[in-house]
Design a protein around this ligand. Sequence first.
Ligand SMILES: [Zn+2]
Length: 759
Amino acid sequence: MKNAALLLLTFFFVQLAYSQCPIIPRPQEYSQIDVKIPLDDQLTLDSNSMSFSTWEYLKSNLKQQTGIELVHDAENPYVQFGESPRLQVQGGPIPISHHYQISFNSNERKVYFETEESAFHAVNSMLQLIQKDGLKFYFQGSEVSDSPGFEWRGLHLDVSRHFYTVDEVKRFIDLMALYKFNTFHWHLTDDQGWRIEIKKYPKLADIGAFRDSTMMGHYSDEPRVFDTKKYGGFYTQDQIKEVIKYAADRFVNVVPEIELPGHSRAALAAYPELSCTGEQKGVPGTWGVFDDIYCAKQETIDFMKDVLAEVVELFPSQYIHVGGDEAPKTRWKKCPDCQKVIADNDLHDEHELQSYFIGQIDEFLTGKGKKLIGWDEILEGGLSPNAAVMSWRGMKGGIEAAKQKHEVVMTPTTYCYFDYYQSGHPSEPIAIGGFLPLEKVYRFNPVPKELNEDEQRYILGGQANLWTEYIASMEHLEYMTYPRALALAQTVWCRKKPSYDSFLSDFLTYQEDYLTRNKVNFARSIHQPILEITRKKNGINVHFKGVEENYHYTVSTKEIGGYSMNGGQAMGVEDTLFFERCYSGDKVKEIRTSVLDDSGGNSLVDRFLLHACLGAEIEMVTQPHPKYNNNGSLNLVDGVKGTQPWKGSQWLGFDTSYVEFIVDLGEVQDINLVNLGFLNQNGSWIYLPKLATIQVSKKSKWFLRKKYKHGIESEDCNITVGKKGRYVRVSIRAMDLIPIGMDGGGNTPWTFIDEIMIN
Ligand SMILES: [Zn+2]
């Protein structure tokens, strides 16, 4: 009988496996029941059925999200909420724990859970099942059977580059809990600020927590500009305890990170005797990797152990993160103290010295009953016996560690670096670089195919990292985290996740409301229509395509500089506008299209510059580098000028010191002025070329001897021609090699071009 019931249940789930689901991460098994269970301004539950902290959590979230009051009723509760020691679950390859079940249908309103942690998950799923019909709230009828698929579901926050207050950190953890994340990786120390009070070394906070100024703009900007304002802050040990308690009430484990031996400038500003040179340097206000790191002498190792002794006392977490990334060996190579440690311990080189350093710390932490975790660089020079690895430079380090039977958390830059741009739209706020749209995050799978079943068990889960060089406020932090964290939440919850299309559909149907209900400043980047630009005779077609059928756009065009075209037009889910080539003299004609969604609150603006070679055919004599060849030669004449800072897709990039291409205007035209746009971002080895040369021809690609040469001194280069012609040959000469002493010295510089305009 029991088997028959189970079979029936399974059949039922299979039948409705693809119904829409208001809960993200979508439960392991979910089916929507076509019934709305009405909610009053009070919801009654037996408060004894869950822990006090879960009750308080539900009470405050329910109130804040809906205004509904949670009221204790042991006799006749509206929802039966109860513990069930062992639920009927079909086990997969991974032992299932923390299971819960929800049955909301016309006959019953029941929630069963296995552990206190699963009661908390059930509460969060219940909150997401609350929908609104006009002014009335209701539970969406649902059958849920659920449990987590991975044990490490993490988000990381860098509080060194920019400091976040205790309340802001709590808010960050609160939002994590809504989506069933369970690990908060707190990046507490780095070059730009030490953020945790250590009683034995008070100068770490007094001196190391504050810098005199902070870089403004992007790292690659030249020249660099500083705000000259004192900046900083730290958490007292009492505040740390408060955050840990707050997180524990939400079943979130807090993993502290104390960086060593690199990223230690803030600590060295406080205790310069721990560096190789002993030189007193301040806490830096620029980003990047610094040569000054901890000296590997015994004195530093003792200091580190003292610091970690206090950290271990504070944090109940089994894992303690010690960094280990980006530690240049420049100072160690020249330091007599470091070289002595190498000689005394028969070490081969400075990489083995780093392994030795980490090994000492590993031994110390293991002795305290803790586990060391570090970035994948800790593999270099040999992995310490008990160390777990956080794989960030792709998945390779993680694969290697799992094969060596070490625990692994996957957090590759390609899928998990939420400090990257989430769309290529010019309206995106300044970011470190890279490109990581929602859909790509969703493609992340923390378990690589290269591992066999036995090795796969070492993959604990996945995590996204929020490095905050360019994220200075809570509002911006939420923008970078959401909605991308929802895609990750699904990936680390469920080993067999639904398709991206169904995730996106659930997200648009339910979760934007839920994020709004929780007052999250989430990015609307996915609503930006996809722009496809194609060549047409005498111009370009711009095709706008929306993300979903029920979403309508209004594209209005506004002309700058007195040029008149479309006055504004309403568009459906997709539409095409034609922009015609035109001459406009000195002042380039510009069209702005703004896109408004149904709510009217979401405006994204694109700028198109109209000029006399818009959409013209181009023969690329020199090919761009395949990585920076988006849309081919059309990129140069698509009316969209590459923006600052460089976002990758908008520019054509060349790694050659000579670039040549020939523009065909289709017929003989006036060529008065040729405008070329270049990028100058030396931090990324992108330099202005030296010389641009223009030649014109009326009939064929045999060019007149007459050359119009122009030295390039700025990103905007205008060359006066004053001739008639059909073909325009552009040749650009860059430096052969970047001078030594400058960024990328000794290498061929990159040349980035966009766009060419003729008037
Ligand atoms: Zn040294």
